[in-house]
Design a protein around this ligand. Structure first.
Ligand SMILES: *[C@@H]1O[C@H](CO)[C@@H](O)[C@H](O)[C@H]1NC(C)=O
Ligand SMILES: *[C@@H]1O[C@H](CO)[C@@H](O)[C@H](O)[C@H]1NC(C)=O
Ligand SMILES: *[C@@H]1O[C@H](CO)[C@@H](O)[C@H](O)[C@H]1NC(C)=O
Length: 198
């Protein structure tokens, strides 16, 4: 593994440990966005393309209940105004379902919110942050959504391929836990082939 990647992981964990020390014991509330790491000097062109969703963590996930969740993809296409069209492709009832959300840049490079939020009934706020990425192998994203006055947090592990070295999975798990999530909130969707190349 490239030294650069290892360094990235260690730097990220260092930042997280510093945060964990002063975090409150209550696991549910979302941390202030400022405390969530942000990929520095985010390169939006390099981030484009297809990502496999290899890990999911969040206060809306349950390891047992969601144990049959299948892998899906998220494809990022940049628009001229620097927003992204983000198309998710999932297997649903033997066919491939696609839907597209638009992420608009919000305050920082690598931070976005959802365009046309009024179309998503019940969703009051939706922000995502690219926590870390090396563009050609993996990314970790943080999502915060306010839905019917309740905060939902989600962390995703993206890979350019369907598998990633275990050190990256460990970094993802550590990050999720630094937000107060537990093993029960972390799932690794089942690898599949259907729809993954569409
Ligand atoms: C993104 O989606 C919008 C709305 O569906 C569409 O008009 C636009 O052409 C898309 N952009 C790209 C780069 O495909
Ligand atoms: C999303 O970000 C844009 C640009 O910073 C801002 O104008 C808009 O109010 C934000 N929307 C929400 C729901 O936060
Ligand atoms: C949504 O976000 C905006 C700014 O980002 C904030 O002012 C507002 O209080 C948030 N609303 C909710 C319901 O969290």
């Amino acid at each position: 593994m490239a030294l650069g990647l290892l360094w990235l992981g260690l730097a990220l964990l260092g930042a997280l440990q510093t945060q964990a020390q002063d975090s409150t014991p209550n696991p549910i509330p979302a941390p202030p966005l400022l405390r969530v790491p942000l990929q520095s000097d985010f390169q939006n062109e390099k981030f484009q393309g297809k990502w496999y969703v290899l890990g999911l963590a969040g206060n809306g996930f349950n390891k047992e209940k969601d144990s049959q969740l299948k892998m899906y993809t998220a494809t990022y296409v940049l628009n001229e105004d620097n927003s992204y069209n983000v198309t998710s492709t999932v297997v649903w009832d033997q066919s491939c379902d696609h839907w597209t959300k638009i992420f608009i840049p919000n305050l920082h490079l690598g931070q976005f919110n959802l365009s046309n939020i009024e179309r998503y009934t019940g969703t009051q706020n939706y922000t995502t942050r690219v926590v870390t990425t090396n563009y050609n192998q993996f990314a970790i994203l943080y999502f915060k959504k306010v839905f019917n006055n309740q905060e939902h947090i989600k962390v995703t592990l993206y890979g350019r391929n369907k598998d990633l070295p275990s050190v990256l999975k460990e970094i993802f798990i550590s990050f999720a836990k630094s937000l107060g999530l537990t093993e029960d909130h972390i799932i690794f969707p089942i690898p599949i082939d259907e729809c993954m190349d569409k």
